[in-house]
Ligand binder design. Structure first.
Ligand SMILES: *Cc1c(COP(=O)(O)O)cnc(C)c1O
Length: 231
């Protein structure tokens, strides 16, 4: 156990939490970091953690307190859904109707309901996953998702372009918030479960909050830089 590192984690976590406006939920992104670091944050009161690899998340889930809410923030691969279906709270990177159907099918095997966020492609980069917003609208328009009783569509998720241009990042987050509002009006006006706009990471979360994000996903600013050579 690295006591000094754990103290740093707790102080960075506390600083960020104290700086957040009321109503903004913090997902502590613990990918690549050991269970011990997660436990330090847990003992300081954090309950929501995000991971982007299903196997890694499942190993940690087994070792750590059972009241942790695990958010899967990686790209959803259909063959990995059944591994996390028994425990995952929120799957944030859903970008196809097929994935929604498969999450529903796996959740039903465990009598569970899994919250899904629809990932929208808002960045200029080709490499980022997500629905083209118009395709997402079409999917919602078709209405077949309403038959999926073991999932809840909880809102949207998006990632901005990795750039120093704050105005561009703000424009992209504004686009996400505008689509959220349009979806809310057209399909979820009476649905209180559709309330999450997940946007903002270590480098851009203040800009995301400015645009209207109410869920931020922060890794390095809490746990320190990731060392991929160890994973
Ligand atoms: C890794 C990751 C984050 C956290 O990134 P940091 O820059 O370390 O805060 C947030 N969201 C997603 C989807 C990620 O993969």
């Amino acid at each position: 156990m690295d006591i000094q590192n754990n103290q740093q984690i707790v102080s960075r976590l506390t600083d960020i939490k104290n700086s957040l406006p009321i109503g903004v939920t913090l997902v502590a992104v613990s990918k690549t970091h050991p269970a011990d670091s997660i436990l330090a944050a847990y003992n300081a009161g954090q309950r929501i953690f995000g991971e982007n690899k299903v196997q890694e998340m499942s190993l940690k889930q087994e070792q750590l307190p059972q009241d942790i809410e695990w958010h899967f923030i990686g790209h959803v691969q259909k063959n990995k859904i059944r591994l996390m279906a028994p425990y995952v709270s929120v799957i944030q990177g859903v970008d196809s109707f097929d994935s929604l159907e498969e999450i529903n099918r796996q959740a039903s095997r465990f009598n569970r309901n899994i919250t899904c966020l629809l990932q929208l492609h808002i960045a200029v980069e080709e490499s980022k996953f997500g629905f083209v917003p118009s395709e997402c609208m079409n999917m919602l328009e078709k209405g077949e998702w309403k038959k999926l009783g073991n999932i809840t569509i909880g809102g949207v998720m998006g990632m901005a372009t990795f750039t120093d241009d704050k105005q561009q990042v703000l424009r992209e987050f504004n686009t996400l918030v505008n689509f959220y509002n349009a979806m809310k009006d057209r399909f979820f006006a009476d649905d209180d479960n559709f309330h999450t706009i997940s946007a903002g990471m270590s480098e851009d979360y203040n800009t995301a909050i400015q645009a209207g994000s109410n869920m931020i996903r922060i890794g390095s600013n809490i746990f320190g830089a990731r060392d991929y050579s160890k994973t």
